[in-house]
Structure formats: structure tokens, C-alpha cells
Design a protein around this ligand. Structure first.
Ligand SMILES: *Cc1c(COP(=O)(O)O)cnc(C)c1O
Length: 412
């Protein structure tokens, strides 16, 4: 099945849901079995079935299966948030003394998490994406994974995933890729060398900002050396599923950051229109970015779809002439950035991306408030920067609204 058909029909057994067109919400904490023996088998993992929603639930499984098919992986684990998915993806394989090589300019929450991990003896080194020499030089005996984002935010630097994964694999470590801002619509990381893909499904996958959630998906090709990854030793018998089995049977269930069945349902609903929304959002973003660049030469517009973006060539190669739905503009000063935001009438002013509605924010005073100056510089966060998450509105309305707001800055 092609992309949009798959989002609607792939992996669905129509009979299973009594003909319902969406998987029903199994709003149950625990699941009855016919016998004590039956329950024992489920706890042992020797029979299929459900026991407790923190570990698994049919509605959550339906969401996990659909994402697994979408990303082309062997299995997924849905979590309570994107941060919980990132935490599980990393902590499932590292231990005290291990090191992470990470691209700089990550989502602020992920940088904060990596700093928090230092207290547990896990050290992270941050390197500019695509600086292959510096990435190579950062490897040590204790490096256990490479972490990157497909499109950084708000820097909008596009990682060359194939090149990065080759470096990681040369050193026998996996590449974990946060694909939230690109989504599988633009890029299927597992097909291009990533070993684990994480998505904050709170964003484009859900699409309407109605629930927080995250999901990690395993590619199944990486060969885990259990000397290097002793946490997986016990799960070696699961072959290509060892990593998923390790999480499902220990860290993920112990941490307790499971997704709620209701939110799994809302994600399944949102996912049906991911392709349609992304198509419209990417075209609106390109249109708006070109318009602002052409009409207002005083603004510095950044968007991977513009020839002026340093990531334009990589984006074109990797995403096939689609460039995502986040645009940034530099207005010249913090005052003018605030004035632009305050003069807009259509966008919501909030800290999120990937909604059907256009959203704007001043990153320096909000999402990057706790970052160091160096981290802000790495992330491409400037005092005069406004981030726009472009929605599915009629683009002419967006252009008019932005044009009016920019003119108000120029007049004041
Ligand atoms: C939002 C986001 C996260 C965190 O996801 P939550 O669902 O908010 O926990 C991680 N990475 C990226 C790129 C994000 O945009």
C-alpha cells in the first residue's frame, strides 16, 4: 500500500473490531483471563494476550502496529510522551560509565534530559550536525549510541542521516533518530540507516494537539553486542526483537510512562490524515516562506525549502522536494519579534508544533529560556527569532495576516 492508503487500511483486520472503522477504545486497566493457568502464561510471555494496561492494551497495540508499519520497523512501544519515548530508547541500552554522541541544537527537553543523565554517570557530547570529522573524533571506548534529529528545531538544520548512520555503524553503535519534525511523510529514518526512530506523537502524528504521547520504533537490523550492551543479554533469545523485549519486559513497564488507550485512539484518528495534513502544511510553509522572503527583504527567513537555507541541498536529496512545516524569521530585535507575534491574528501563540492551526512562538524567551548561551547558539535561537509552525489554513489568509503584522513592525 502507498503512504495514504496505508494510514487508513494497513495492518487492520476488519473483523477484529466488529466492523468498526477505527479500533475501539479499550478503556480498561486490567484484563480478565479464563483461568489462573491462562494468566500465568500471559505473565510469562508464553501466550499472547493482555494483563495490565501499563504493559499493553489492545488500543495501544493498534497504534503501535500502525506506526511500526508506517516507519517500516519490527516493533514499537508507545509512551506517555515524546520525552518518555526518548528516555526509554536511550536508557534501555546504556549504563553508568557509558557515553552518548549527540548532535547539537536538539529539542530543549532532550538536551535537559541528557544533562540530567550525567548524575547517573552517562555523559553526552554535543556536536554540530553534519560535522563528520568532529563526530568521528568524539568516539571513545564507552560510546554506546549516536542521537540526532532529522530536522532540528528551531535551527532547521537537516541531518544527513545516511552519512551519520555510516559513522555510527563503523563504530558498532546504533543511531537513534528523533523524526518528530519530519515525520514518516518526509522521511523514513529506518530505511536510511537509523536503528531506532522516536517520534513525539504529540505533534504531527496526533495533528490536533489533543494529547501528549510518544513512540519509539525499532528497525531490527542492528546487531547488539551483549558485551557492550549487557542490558540486552537476557533478551538475546528474542533475536531482532531483543531491544523491544528488553523495554517491554523491564524498563518500560517499570518506569510506568505508558500511553492511555484514549490517547492511542486519538492518535490513530489523527494518523489517518497525516499525509494530507503534511502535504498541505509543507506547501503552505514553502509558499509563506517564499512570500516573506520576497516581500520583506529586511526579514531573515529560514526554511529548508529556500535556496538560501544551508540545509536546502540535503533536504532536497533526503525528502524529495518536501521541506517540513516549520519556518523561522528574524525580525532585527526582540521588540520587533514580540510586535510581530502580537500583531498576528490567525496563529495561536503557544509552545507546540504540528497542529492543524498555525502556531507562533519566541523561542529565546520560552522553550530555550533554560539553555546556556552556547546551547542557544547551537540551536539557532536568537533574540529576534520567531518560529512559525505552519498549519493547514488557506495560505492566502496566512500571507495577509503576516504581511499586515510585518507592516505594523515597520511602522512602529
Ligand atoms: C515535542 C518534542 C519532543 C518531546 O515530546 P513530548 O511529547 O512533548 O514529550 C521531543 N523531540 C522533539 C523534536 C519535539 O518536537
Amino acid at each position: 500500500m502507498r503512504f495514504n492508503t496505508g494510514l487508513l487500511h494497513d495492518g487492520v483486520n476488519r473483523k477484529e473490531y466488529h466492523g468498526a472503522t477505527l479500533p475501539p477504545i479499550c478503556q480498561s486497566s486490567a484484563f480478565d483471563q479464563e483461568s489462573a493457568e491462562g494468566l500465568e502464561k500471559i505473565f510469562e510471555g508464553t501466550a499472547p494476550g493482555y494483563c495490565y494496561t501499563r504493559v499493553g492494551n489492545p488500543t495501544i497495540t493498534a497504534f503501535e502496529n500502525r506506526i511500526t508499519r508506517l516507519e517500516g520497523g519490527v516493533g514499537s512501544i508507545a509512551c506517555a510522551s515524546g520525552m518518555a519515548a526518548i528516555f526509554n530508547a536511550i536508557m534501555g541500552i546504556v549504563q553508568s560509565g557509558d557515553e552518548i554522541i549527540s548532535c547539537a541544537g536538539l529539542y530543549g527537553g532532550t538536551i535537559d534530559l541528557f544533562h540530567d543523565l550525567e548524575a547517573f554517570g552517562i555523559k553526552s557530547t554535543f556536536i554540530e550536525p553534519n560535522n563528520t570529522g568532529a563526530i568521528e573524533a568524539a568516539f571513545t571506548e564507552r560510546t554506546r549510541l549516536v542521537f540526532a534529529e532529522t530536522i532540528s528545531n528551531p535551527g532547521l538544520v537537516v541531518t544527513d542521516v545516511e552519512v551519520l548512520s555510516e559513522i555510527a555503524h563503523k563504530h558498532d553503535v546504533p543511531l537513534i533518530l528523533d523524526n518528530t519534525t519530519a515525520t514518516a511523510y518526509l522521511f523514513k529514518g529506518l530505511e536510511h540507516g537509523a536503528d531506532v526512530v522516536v517520534n513525539s506523537s504529540s505533534k504531527y502524528i496526533n495533528g490536533s494537539s489533543n494529547s501528549i504521547s510518544g513512540i519509539l520504533t525499532l528497525g531490527g537490523k542492528f546487531k547488539w553486542d551483549i558485551e557492550k550492551y549487557p542490558a540486552l543479554a537476557e533478551y538475546k533469545k528474542f533475536g531482532p526483537f531483543a531491544y523491544i523485549a528488553r523495554l517491554r519486559n523491564s524498563l518500560f513497564r517499570d518506569m510506568g510512562a505508558c500511553l492511555s488507550p484514549q490517547n492511542a485512539f486519538l492518535n490513530l484518528l489523527g494518523l489517518e490524515t497525516l499525509g494530507l495534513r503534511m502535504e498541505r502544511q509543507c506547501s503552505n510553509a514553502l509558499d509563506l516562506a517564499r512570500f516573506l522572503q520576497k516581500e520583506f527583504p529586511d526579514l531573515v527567513v529560514n526554511y529548508p525549502g529556500l535556496n538560501s537555507s544551508t540545509s536546502h541541498e540535503i533536504a532536497k536529496k533526503q525528502f524529495g522536494e518536501k521541506y517540513g512545516a516549520i519556518v523561522t524569521v528574524r525580525t532585527g530585535s526582540k521588540i520587533s519579534a514580540y510586535s510581530l507575534i502580537n500583531s498576528l491574528t490567525i496563529p495561536y501563540k503557544l509552545s507546540n508544533v504540528g497542529d492543524t492551526k498555525t502556531l507562533v512562538i519566541h523561542p529565546a524567551s520560552t522553550i530555550s529560556l533554560h539553555s546556556t548561551d552556547k546551547e542557544r547558539e547551537d540551536a539557532g535561537v536568537y533574540d529576534d527569532l520567531v518560529r512559525i509552525s505552519v498549519g493547514i489554513e488557506d495560505v492566502e489568509d496566512l500571507k495577509e495576516d503576516f504581511a499586515n503584522a510585518v507592516k505594523l513592525i515597520s511602522n512602529s
